[in-house]
Design a protein around this ligand. Sequence first.
Ligand code: ADP
Ligand code: DP6
Ligand code: CO
Length: 349
Amino acid sequence: MYIASTTAPVNIATLKYWGKRDKTLNLPTNSSISVTLSQEDLRTLTSAATSETFSEDQLWLNGKLESLASERTQMCLADLRQLRAELESQDDSLPKFSQWKLHIVSENNFPTAAGLASSAAGFSALVVAIAKLYKLPQSMSEISKIARKGSGSACRSLFGGYVAWEMGVEEDGSDSKAVEVAPLEHWDNMKAVILVVSADKKDTPSTSGMQTTVHTSDLFQWRIKEVVPTRFEEMKKSIVEKNFPVFADLTMKDSNSFHATCLDSFPPIFYLNDTSKKIIKLVHAINEFYKETIAAYTFDAGPNAVIYYESQNESKLFAFLYKLFGKVSGWESKYTTESLTAFTTEFET
Ligand code: ADP
Ligand code: DP6
Ligand code: CO
């Protein structure tokens, strides 16, 4: 038996991917941007094993045997096996992994399917573990195209720091890949705090939610044609220039724009709850209080908030968080040497 393991981090989009132009290849209707969080806090750990004796592909997710029959996972495995077969055809001495079945064991150390990007860390780890096992020579951007087929957001978790997923124009998806905008060290005082409003599994998975939006929302057409293309360039510039107020405004506006298209879907999709809305109001009130934009919220497909801020403003921000959410429990006082640190907490709604 041969085995390889890897961990993969979560990434939280600041310019959201929401909508597919090709459902099978996971080609998006717009380019997106994200920040990859530290693996100290939220991460997927995946091991992939292969052996001539295995009779079927199997995946254990968080201790439970999952179906590997899902089309998205099979797409990833097929691509990885094809790249491995190319290597084997060039070197006869290599074991024929491409023809053997795989056993995959994966564990998320944070809530799965709760709007905290488990599919991003999950598929990124799955693809990277197998690429490692197969000793594939391809670049991260090339491998990101395979992770993309598992879950769109997963392609961005292959890079640390500030990452763009370029939507591409080709029908076969050959140019729809993740690229680095800037490494983590470029803007190393950026931090993120995560407020876990609910760890429950969402009732509308991202994949089906965005399909409803694509097919029914008029606002969505405006978003992908007029709003996001300009924002994509502006946000990249704000990252290169480390301009927090601009980055923050774009991030908050884009979260709101994405959730507006969810509400404009028919039937409407609600990811934000009353606590999420309180957090939105709070962040605006904090920025107003200091007469400076020091914090930016963003919400994925779930009620949980991610607040980006620069480390020098941590006590200014946390003073408010502690005050408003007095019943905070389970804060992890885990300061890491890495600059981008996520804290998790649960509080009563
Ligand atoms: P999230 O907001 O957590 O990304 P999604 O609805 O996008 O939620 O995706 C959740 C799905 O992603 C899970 O139901 C599962 O199929 C898949 N997933 C999550 N974690 C992993 C993992 N570690 N390995 C493989 N697949 C995973
Ligand atoms: C709101 O990548 O989970 O988090 O490609 O269908 O697996 P699939 O969807 P997924 O969608 C993520 C949506 C989002 C925004 C983002 O991460 O860009
Ligand atoms: Co997801």
